[in-house]
Design a protein around this ligand. Structure first.
Ligand SMILES: *Cc1c(COP(=O)(O)O)cnc(C)c1O
Length: 422
């Protein structure tokens, strides 16, 4: 047993039991929540290291506390690796997660009341893209655009251009949390340029797929600012990156610290450096390509079995199913049914969903975590079979129990990275 686990077992048996339970859950079930992943054992080790003890307010070479020779080293490594991986001029690696990362960008470049053009939540936008329930939504004026469900969930850029000319945004923001389609960065950039706004992409979901060369990079289309979480497809620790052109670097850095945050989490920054090195290795390119092939295979298998996919398919790592349409049940019931057989998904609002957010019409599936366990196309076909069987006969407890056993047996062949063998 690892030292830290023995310490925990002896020092706090209650927390240890809960950790054991979570380890068992992560090994014995299939994780299809598209924002989740399994990080590398080296990242877990770094997160649990003594870097967590250190206060490092400020930036390398300009700190407010002494004793920074090693923290400066890891933060510089993380910044350099982020810049090289995403082909950009500046990286701020301090945001504690995705939400403060986006807040820092807004607060760097906007005055209260300024306008941002961003995707509507039910069409794939994230809460931090100015949803009315978020604080940012009260502070700034978010004007929402939508996708066209009739046209495979793509954006009408003539309409977006009109909306931009009318609303005069300071930022044109693209990037989503539940869209199976990829963004046309060149088209967004043209809109931003036309109205003199910053072009910003929040690639939190697909950051790893961009780093792995499987999807386009907004910087190759002249974007000004790109944000990404580091714990989703990028497979790193929980955290956020703000990447930008060098002329914007000062404003971004000042906004993250001292504007929004105090001491950065140096254990997470060190772990981020480790994950960014991993993401630059050839194996990660294979991983990113496999994530997308797996999603395509899962989509095809589900469609063949009668599923209704929002936007009709997928170009990336995720799929949204309309469960009301195909199975006559809402997304919450579908989530619970799949939980009962050991497949974890999350309920999801679909474009212009007639149902309320806690009982939306859809569920969202993604392949990053399953792919990290080594699952390939044949596994996707098996998973589609398990899911279809459960969703078509949700009220048959004996059938669900049989499927749960089959899923657990299927999982045994795919060790979860970082989870100790039981
Ligand atoms: C996940 C996500 C975030 C927020 O990240 P947290 O770490 O949960 O705060 C922001 N934007 C997008 C597009 C995301 O998918």
């Amino acid at each position: 047993m690892d030292d830290y686990r023995r310490e925990l077992m002896e020092g706090d048996p209650e927390v240890f039991e809960l950790l054991r339970g979570e380890e068992r859950r992560q090994q014995s079930g299939v994780e299809l929540i598209p924002s989740e992943n399994y990080t590398w054992p080296a990242v877990l080790a770094t997160l649990g290291s003594v870097f967590t003890n250190k206060y490092s307010e400020g930036y390398p070479g300009r700190r407010y506390y002494g004793g920074q020779e090693f923290t400066d080293g890891v933060e510089n490594l993380a910044r350099e690796r982020a810049c090289s991986l995403f082909r950009c001029e500046h990286a701020n690696v301090q945001p504690l997660s995705g939400s403060p990362m986006n807040q820092a960008v807004y607060l760097a470049f906007l005055e209260p009341g300024d306008t941002v053009l961003a995707m509507d939540l039910s069409h794939g936008g994230h809460l931090t893209h100015g949803d009315p329930v978020s604080h940012m939504g009260r502070l700034f004026n978010f004007v929402r655009y939508k996708t066209r469900p009739g046209e495979a969930g793509r954006v009408d850029f003539d309409e977006l251009m009109k909306l931009a000319r009318l609303s005069k945004p300071r930022i044109v923001l693209c990037g989503t949390t539940s869209s199976p389609r990829v963004d046309d960065y060149a088209a967004y950039r043209r809109v931003a340029e036309e109205v003199g706004a910053l072009a910003m992409a929040d690639v939190s979901h697909v950051g790893g797929l961009i780093a792995g060369g499987a999807l386009e990079n907004p910087f190759d289309h002249g974007f000004d600012v790109v944000t990404t979480t580091t714990h989703k497809s990028l497979r790193g620790p929980r955290g956020g990156l703000v990447l930008c052109r060098k002329e914007l670097a000062k404003a971004v850095d000042r906004s993250v610290f001292p504007g929004l945050q105090g001491g950065p989490h140096m254990n997470a920054i060190a772990a981020m450096a480790v994950a960014l090195r991993k993401a630059a290795e050839p194996g990660f390119r294979e991983y990113a390509a496999q994530v997308i092939s797996n999603a395509a295979e899962l989509a095809t298998s589900l469609i063949d079995a009668g599923a209704a996919l929002v936007t009709g398919g997928t170009d990336n790592h995720l799929i949204v199913l309309d469960c009301v349409l195909a199975y006559g049940m809402d997304g919450r019931a579908a989530e619970e049914t799949l939980d009962a057989i050991g497949i974890t998904v999350n309920k999801q609002v679909i474009p212009d969903d007639p149902n309320p957010p806690l009982r939306p019409s859809g569920i969202r599936l993604g392949t990053p975590a399953a792919t990290a366990r080594g699952m390939k196309e044949d596994s996707m076909r098996e998973l589609a079979g398990f899911m279809t069987a459960a969703l078509e006969r949700p009220m048959q407890p004996r059938e669900l129990a049989r499927l749960a056993e089959a899923v657990a047996a299927f999982c045994a062949a795919f060790p979860t990275p970082g989870v100790p063998r039981m």
